[in-house]
Design a protein around this ligand. Structure first.
Ligand SMILES: [Zn+2]
Ligand SMILES: [Zn+2]
Length: 199
């Protein structure tokens, strides 16, 4: 990964577009780095627990280096814009909660109105650009306090990603990690095959 890119550039490149959700993730990542004294090259020692799977999480992956593949991104499907970031080196953790008022201003509302429509006329497209620009300025420059509430928390660290052996599903014959395989009377099954059998 190119270390010379700014956090914002990294996030945009990874996510593929600029949107308010991504920008909130950029700010949350920067807040976490500042609060926990994280360095960019420390990424193996950073763990993020995210309670949503929307745009902002891509910023955390790109900036903090917390990714599914490395096992230091933990997804809880709660539908909440909440990010807990942990520094493994000293065990400190911060839970960052996006304020509901953060994007509820006039500009944010207009963005959502326009975003929800497929049939924008040229004037509205131009307005959309304008609105996005305003949101960009607003979200990237306002104090963290306007966007988030945060506090230090105690988090029991998940074990570092380990290697498990692979078993063979007796139905589909595909490999399945032992911790996800289901033992049945008819042999080992992967979860989808197990679910099929129960129907
Ligand atoms: Zn997005
Ligand atoms: Zn199977």
């Amino acid at each position: 990964m190119c270390k010379d890119m700014t956090p914002l550039e990294l996030a945009i490149q990874f996510h593929g577009h600029i949107c308010p959700g991504l920008l909130m993730g950029v700010r949350a990542s920067q807040l976490a780095m500042q609060h926990l004294d994280l360095k960019r090259d420390q990424d193996e020692d950073v763990v993020a627990i995210v309670e949503t799977d929307s745009c902002g999480v891509d910023a955390l992956q790109a900036i903090l280096g917390c990714t599914f593949g490395k096992g230091n991104l933990i997804f809880k499907d709660y539908g909440k814009a909440v990010y807990t970031v942990i520094n493994r080196q000293d065990g400190r953790a911060v839970r960052i909660v996006q304020r509901r008022s953060a994007s509820s201003g006039k500009t944010g509302q207009r963005y959502r109105e326009l975003k929800g429509r497929e049939d924008l006329n040229p004037a509205e497209k131009e307005e959309m650009e304008q609105v996005l620009q305003e949101l960009f300025e607003q979200l990237m420059t306002c104090p963290y306090e306007e966007l988030f509430d945060w506090q230090d928390v105690d988090v029991k660290l998940p074990p570092k990603a380990s290697l498990y052996s692979t078993l063979t599903c007796s139905n589909c014959q595909e490999g399945v990690m032992e911790t996800r395989a289901v033992e049945t009377a008819d042999g080992v099954l992967c979860i989808p095959c197990f679910d099929l059998q129960r129907r």
